[in-house]
Design a protein around this ligand. Structure first.
Ligand code: TXA
Ligand code: MG
Length: 317
């Protein structure tokens, strides 16, 4: 049963989040489906609860710019827009800071991170009380409308998450603008609560959409995110020098140079939580290729297979 909590239950909500549970909370744009962004399994549960067939990267919410600066690398442009629009409906895509503790699954294996400081007193109070960055996509099932009230969230996700913090209706009602500052030219990846003109006033030229020469939005590049080493799917036997990404409950085939378990029990949610870290760990020069055992096509296995197929696709040279 999903609990409906008022503002007086913030400490309970914070405790549930620290324990890896999911709690939806209000922001000024839409309700977010929150989970501890530093907990791989909590982030996997977000994708599971939404029923998303793909791992697209999530927006990570923080209580202030100082916290954001510990997670990502801020240049002068990022400082300027953050100083002007935070707290508010603007998410910044920036390079992950060295040693960034945010789950790789939250950024779908990318080297960048989308960060925002929401302008909602309950969201800020929750972020302070939890003491962790919170990954929070809109709190709807995949492909449905974004929720702007606690009742909407219950209708979408009731029974799938621990609780909803009720902060009344959202004032903005559309999602935050996603501004990519990880490349040379600022690029709006998703229009939203902050207009492009307002950004241009601060930054000069701002591109919109996938017009930049280097496509950065997830899904635009089929092989993205791909390890450097070739990936071989549905592998049942070893080839020389290969490493294996294994999934239980059965034994792993013999003869691989190294074996990494996504989940020994065959739990696809646990496998999703470990996916990107495992791929990165095996993506080393002495490994000739990464072989992956067949992943069951149910639950998050669908999203894992989607990502692996794209990572195994022919690459642009
Ligand atoms: O208003 C909002 O932003 C709401 C509330 C809850 O804060 N959140 C939200 O989150 O809409 P989400 O996770 O559904 O939005 C993710 C968007 C997607 O368009 C995704 O492609 C983009 O942000 N995004 C996230 N991380 C990215 C990254 N590293 N690079 C490029 N795009 C990224
Ligand atoms: Mg959404």
């Amino acid at each position: 049963m999903t609990k409906l909590w008022g503002a007086q239950r913030i400490e309970d909500a914070a405790r549930a989040l620290r324990e890896g549970e999911l709690v939806a909370f209000p922001t000024e744009t839409v309700y977010g489906l929150g989970g501890d962004a530093t907990n791989d399994l909590a982030v996997a549960r977000i994708f599971e609860a939404k029923g998303r067939p793909r791992f697209n990267p999530l927006i990570v919410h923080v209580p202030d710019s100082a916290t954001a600066r510990r997670l990502a690398v801020f240049d002068a442009r990022a400082e300027r827009v953050a100083g002007h629009f935070w707290p508010g409906p603007l998410s910044l895509v920036l390079p992950r800071a060295p040693g960034c503790p945010v789950s790789l699954l939250a950024s779908a294996g990318l080297d960048t991170l989308a960060l925002r400081v929401p302008a909602h007193p309950l969201a800020l109070a929750l972020l302070h009380a939890t003491g962790r960055p919170l990954a929070a996509p809109s709190a709807n099932r995949s492909g449905r409308l974004s929720p702007t009230s606690a009742g909407d969230v219950i209708a979408e996700l009731g029974g799938r998450i621990a609780a909803v913090l009720d902060g009344g209706p959202c004032t903005v009602g559309i999602e935050s603008t996603v501004l990519d500052l990880s490349g040379a030219k600022p690029n709006v990846l998703r229009p939203g609560g902050v207009g492009r003109e307002a950004l241009e006033n601060l930054l000069g030229g701002v591109a919109a959409g996938g017009t930049s020469s280097a496509p950065r939005s997830p899904g635009m590049l089929e092989s993205h995110y791909a390890p450097v080493r070739p990936l071989r799917l549905e592998a049942c036997e070893a080839r020389p020098g290969e490493a294996l990404l294994a999934i239980g409950p059965g034994p792993a085939p013999e003869g691989f140079r190294e074996v990494r378990w996504l989940s020994r029990s065959g739990d696809v949610t646990e496998a999703a939580a470990n996916l990107f870290a495992a791929l990165r760990a095996l993506d080393r020069p002495e490994i000739t290729g990464i072989a992956v055992m067949p992943i069951p096509e149910h639950g998050l296995g669908v999203a894992i297979n989607d990502r692996l197929r794209r990572a195994a696709a022919p690459r642009p040279s």
